[in-house]
Design a protein around this ligand. Structure first.
Ligand code: IPM
Ligand code: MG
Length: 359
């Protein structure tokens, strides 16, 4: 069966990390029999430049009809001044929402050769392996009403609404229990139930489901405390399940414990397991176009796609082994460089991974 993959390179370093990742796709299909058909489309700032919209209807249509989507990164200073509703980030949010990609998986795994790249002491982070599950299509990101209003006297006020329905909480919590059950069996639900009613309901519902998953040990933590614990003793966590906004914040913090946000992939899945796969990092406009960016987060996002959506675990394992071996050999992009390593550029890193695919 041919898998239809839509490639959305996006902005900033997006195009170069995607070119690098396409080398891996090409090698898998030429040498290892992966059957894929690639399509390319515009999204984010690149789409705004082309047609004035961050998510053109044609891109959304291609996204809906493909089996999986691989996204680079969107946004950059060039588009920060335009009307809020048409900024590049809105394209990404619309895509998540239109495709109902409510389940965002963001693993924070420390690969052994990178222990020295973490800003924390090696003894605190060695062996770190956390899965953050972020609710992605609800909460304050999408709640209505929202906006900025000007009162009669000219003073302005801004407001957003944090809202979760029972259904939204239940479906993400169940995924949390399922995934924890397949890992070390520890699920930590992160909320702010001491202050916010929305998350009081969140805690109630998660607690009420626990009885159905006796193999999973459930704990709860307030988000401020979770941020502190992630830095103090991150290995206490196995799986974290949390709301959209808290997940956004914690999933920048946790990956950084692993040395570089440039290493980490993510998956955003719908109820049928179809998904959008993207690196956790942003478009890094400061280093765009210089062959400096680390392509490994995107390459590992491809591995997640093969595992979670396309049912091609063998190819996913092949990629992950090749990445580990390339790092073992001492090759590093600038963001994960440490003394004694050999620094390489974006494309070289991908070529090295390609060369290790068959090892
Ligand atoms: C992320 C990003 C996005 C988010 C932005 C670009 C809209 O920070 O994927 O974490 O806030 O969800
Ligand atoms: Mg974020």
């Amino acid at each position: 069966m041919t898998h239809k993959i839509l490639i959305l390179a996006g902005d900033g370093i997006g195009p170069e990390i995607m070119r690098a990742t396409e080398l891996v796709i090409a090698a898998l299909s030429e040498k290892f029999g992966l059957d894929v058909a690639l399509e390319h489309a515009l999204m984010g700032g690149a789409a705004i430049d082309d047609c004035g919209e961050p998510l053109p209807a044609s891109t959304l249509e291609l996204a809906s009809s493909s089996d999986a989507i691989l996204l680079g990164a969107v946004g950059g200073p060039k588009w920060e001044k335009i009307d809020r509703a048409r900024r590049p980030e809105r394209g990404l949010l619309a895509l998540r929402s239109e495709l109902e990609l409510f389940c965002n998986l963001r693993p924070a795994v420390l690969l052994a050769p990178l222990a020295a790249s973490s800003t924390l002491k090696a003894e605190v982070v060695t062996g770190l392996d956390i899965m953050i599950i972020r609710e992605l299509t609800g909460g304050i990101y999408f709640g209505e009403p929202r906006g900025i209003q000007v009162a009669a006297d000219g003073t302005r006020s801004g407001h957003n609404t944090m809202v979760y329905t029972e259904h939204e909480i239940t479906r993400i919590a169940r995924l949390g229990f399922d995934i924890a059950g397949k890992r070390q069996g520890r699920l930590c639900s992160v909320d702010k139930a001491n202050v916010l009613e929305t998350t009081e309901l969140w805690r109630d519902i998660v607690t009420s489901l626990a009885g159905e998953y006796t193999e999973v040990e459930l704990s709860h933590m307030y988000v401020d405390s979770a941020a502190m614990q992630l830095v103090r003793n991150p290995r206490q966590f196995d799986v974290i399940v949390t709301s959209n906004l808290f997940g956004d914040i914690l999933s920048d913090l946790a990956p950084m414990l692993t040395g570089s946000i440039g290493m980490l992939p993510s998956a955003s899945l719908d109820a049928n397991g179809k998904g959008l796969f993207e690196p956790v990092h942003g478009s890094a406009p400061d280093i765009a176009g210089q062959n400096l960016a680390n392509p490994l987060a995107t390459i590992q996002s491809l591995a997640m796609m093969l595992r979670y959506t396309l049912n091609e675990s063998m190819h996913a394992n092949r990629i992950e082994r090749a990445v580990a071996r390339t790092l073992d050999k001492g090759y590093r992009t600038g963001d994960i460089y440490s003394e004694g390593a050999q620094q390489v550029g974006t494309l070289e890193m991908a070529e090295l991974v390609v060369a290790s695919l068959g090892d």
